[in-house]
Design a protein around this ligand. Sequence first.
Ligand code: 5GP
Length: 217
Amino acid sequence: MAAADPAKPWETTRRGLLLLVSSPAGAGKTSLSRRLVADYADLILSISATTRAPRPGEEEGREYFFKERAQFHAMVEAGELLEWAEVNGNCYGTPKAPVMAAMEAGKDVLFDIDWQGARQVAQKAPDDSVRVFVLPPSWPDLSRRLHARAQDSEEIIRQRLALGQREIQHWNEYDYVIVNKDFDRAYADLIHIYRSERMKPGRNPWLPQFVQALREE
Ligand code: 5GP
């Protein structure tokens, strides 16, 4: 937790939250997440490690840290990952150190991870985790979005849709569900969730002292 400025305790003393966002591929989770991180300085994006090959346009350290399988398993063995899971034949995991550093500094962390990862983080840090699931408005719409990206072959799109069918079975494990019919509306919903969760008393350890001071004024 960051140290308090006695004049403005709410600006510095806060307990960070872990915002876990999952969805089938193509439902808009990545765009929503990246926009929220761009708009809120106190929110940091967790960059995962993966054994999957970079897609066209992806950069090392921006979308992912791309690893060989042996390197990834060395990270697992060394306890460097907060969680990890196999998705569609590739390993994905969350490096622990940046999350710890962010929490220590009173920052919030957003995770773009699958249901298995969200479940593991929420089990490890139940009080700090907020889980959000993003659904597409319809399955044909999702398929259209994946085709429109033109990033993947027909076979990969087929696999991603099949994986998405398995992912949506876990919608009910989440604290919030957003149906992404319209990006701006879905983004407004995500902001509401984030800001409301930030206002929970437990995430604002400056409150008792602040109220005490109010009572003494
Ligand atoms: P993609 O290959 O399309 O980037 O990601 C495939 C799936 O892996 C997505 O559902 C994505 O959210 C998930 N994923 C990405 N990073 C992680 C991670 O660190 N841990 C887990 N468990 N899932 C992840």
